[in-house]
Design a protein around this ligand. Structure first.
Ligand SMILES: NC(=O)C[C@H](N)C(=O)O
Length: 258
């Protein structure tokens, strides 16, 4: 998904005020709560793979900026040429953002053409291990050096084999203040099913902070929770020979395959 221009991650990321791509990503394992993250990394095609290396090869959880890029080099991850993750669409979106005077970073009350989605994944394997991962270019027209919720364990990403795994998208400052991913997990811990936990937590967050977000959650039993207070959120999941997907509210398109 980081290679796909339609998504706001890797190639196709939105731009900061200087017209550059600065990316964030995080990953977490539910079995031991191991986690890794990077923030404000430049010229790396797959920030999520770098976040995984932070988890697997360092004693740290989060590496930032030049230090994260230096670590990538040491791990043999090549940098892509400067500017090669920038797309025409992202440049147009930044121009539009600047023309508008640059203050409509949330969906409430605005029709915002420049937002494309962060990518995230949650998974359960046959042994009962849960994992979550999230990757983003952040928010169009962000300040240089701004870190998002996506690199923050507990906000953008969380996984605990006892309860579930969550990945979130939406207005980063709001998600970070609410510790959204962890807040959803806490509701599961209190006994709610993952769909209700996801929905109720997002609704409470939006009511309190007047900004929108969405999340995908999976339980240790393999149930999925999908909800968004934003206008749209593209999602999909596969269980056995059924593929489910949607983007609008109350949409669940099913395709069966052999
Ligand atoms: N579309 C997104 O999910 C953006 C991301 N949460 C951020 O604030 O950077």
């Amino acid at each position: 998904m980081e290679d796909e221009e339609a998504f706001n991650a890797g190639y196709g990321s939105v731009l900061n005020l200087d017209g550059e791509v600065e990316m964030d990503a995080s990953i977490m394992l539910g079995s031991n709560l191991n986690a890794g993250a990077v923030t404000v990394v430049k010229d790396i095609a797959h920030p999520i793979s770098l976040a995984r290396l932070v988890m697997e090869k360092t004693p740290h959880v989060l590496l930032a900026g030049a230090g994260a890029n230096r670590f990538a080099k040491a791990q043999g991850i090549p940098e892509v040429p400067p500017g090669s993750l920038v797309t025409k669409y992202a440049q147009m979106a930044l121009e539009e953002f600047k023309k508008r005077g640059g203050d409509d970073r949330t969906e409430i009350g605005h029709k915002n053409h420049s937002e494309v989605d962060t990518v995230g994944a949650v998974a359960l394997d046959s042994k009962g291990n849960l994992a979550a991962a999230t990757s983003t270019g952040g928010i169009n027209g962000k300040m240089v050096g701004r870190s998002s919720d996506t690199c923050m364990i507990g906000s953008g990403t969380y996984a605990d084999d006892n309860f579930g795994a969550v990945s979130t998208t939406g207005h980063g400052e709001t998600i970070a203040k609410y510790c959204l991913a962890h807040a959803i997990i806490k509701e599961v811990e209190r006994g709610k099913g993952v769909q209700n936990a996801t929905k109720d937590t997002l609704e409470k967050m939006t009511q309190k902070l007047r900004n929108t977000a969405g999340a995908i959650t999976i339980s240790k039993e393999g149930e999925v929770g999908i909800f968004f207070t934003s206008k749209r959120m593209a999602w999909a999941y596969q269980r056995e020979n059924e593929l489910h997907y949607g983007i609008e509210h109350n949409q669940d398109i099913v395709e069966k395959f052999e």
